[in-house]
Write a protein that binds this ligand. Sequence first.
Ligand SMILES: O=C(O)CCC(=O)C(=O)O
Ligand SMILES: [Mn+2]
Length: 209
Amino acid sequence: MQVSLFDDGAGPQVQTPPDAEIRLYRNWLAGGEADALFQQLHGELAWEQSVIRIHGKSVPIPRLNAWHGDADSHYGYSGIALQPQPWTPGLLQIRERLQQTLGQPFNSVLGNLYRDGRDSVAWHSDDERELGTNPLIASVSLGAERRFVMKHKSRKDVPRLELWLPHGSLLVMAGTTQHYWSHQLPKTARPVAARINLTFRRIYPPQAS
Ligand SMILES: O=C(O)CCC(=O)C(=O)O
Ligand SMILES: [Mn+2]
């Protein structure tokens, strides 16, 4: 399903595919503010090249990432243990805006820097245990517009969702979305400039057992 009907009005566009709750605010940040934040975050975040192990081999992931948040918000995926870096002024500015829009606190953020069209993220769900059940994921995009694709994990009759995520947009994934759906940001042969994506998350401390 090609979604092209997200309006530019005041409210978000709400998608209602089965088992998902998705909202896209296309013009969440005004152009000038988004431009400034892209530059600021590009310089300010602790970008690093993570390496994962696949079949015993070390493979660099096709993007740079940065993990920032409260000191106790430990997080990891694919064997990468991420120690949070402190909040930066740019991240705090965005977190404050998210609080206004969503009325929801976030204690951590994963930044991805896609340097060009060769950078990508493979199919996955944001379903790590420390996010709890039904996490609210607030995904802010800055820089080049890229295609974000979602597919239902078990229902082959449900069409894929394709969303273009513009500069300054906010995509909210909530409810059971991560349980039933996976998502990816494919590579593109089209020449594209850099893009920063920030997914704000709430990490719950490990359960005492
Ligand atoms: O870059 C994006 O829009 C998605 C990033 C993502 O899925 C993630 O960091 O978990
Ligand atoms: Mn994700």
